[in-house]
Design a protein around this ligand. Structure first.
Ligand code: HEM
Length: 108
């Protein structure tokens, strides 16, 4: 299991991973911060912006854990918890955009 976790992390932090910023809307951290409730729950993971409003209630780790990061950057929280490749694959479904360049942590 530890091996799987390390492997997942390596994939997620691949520097070559594209943000597809040319086709996706761009948001500031301030805009993301306005969506910090269970009714509208946006989050940033690895410089990408996600709308998890439809998912938060069904999170296997409970909605409370996710709510702590609603409207904020959840990159470290997401990677530090035991998330499988399947959980990583689920992210795409909720992708709504990318962060503006100035607010990015990983991909400059
Ligand atoms: C935002 C911060 C997040 C935190 C702190 C967090 C925390 C956790 C924790 C502690 C568990 C383990 C629950 C258990 O074993 O009882 C878990 C499981 C899980 N989480 Fe999250 N989670 C977060 C976001 C997400 C997101 C954004 C997704 C997917 C869209 C997600 C998908 C899952 C899935 C599918 C599982 C079940 C185990 C697996 O397949 O990896 N989580 N989460």
């Amino acid at each position: 299991m530890d091996f799987l976790r390390r492997f997942t992390r390596q994939i997620s932090f691949k520097p070559s991973q594209s943000l597809h910023e040319e086709i996706l809307p761009q948001f500031t951290l301030k805009e993301v911060a306005a969506h910090c409730t269970i009714e509208s729950c946006w989050m940033v993971i690895r410089d990408k912006v996600y709308d998890f409003t439809e998912f938060i209630e069904y999170h296997p780790g409970g909605y409370e854990l996710m709510l702590e990061y609603a409207g904020a950057d959840a990159t470290n929280a997401f990677d530090e918890k035991p998330h499988t490749i399947e959980a990583n694959d689920m992210l795409d479904k909720y992708l709504i955009g990318v962060l503006v360049k100035q607010d990015r942590m990983i991909t400059k």
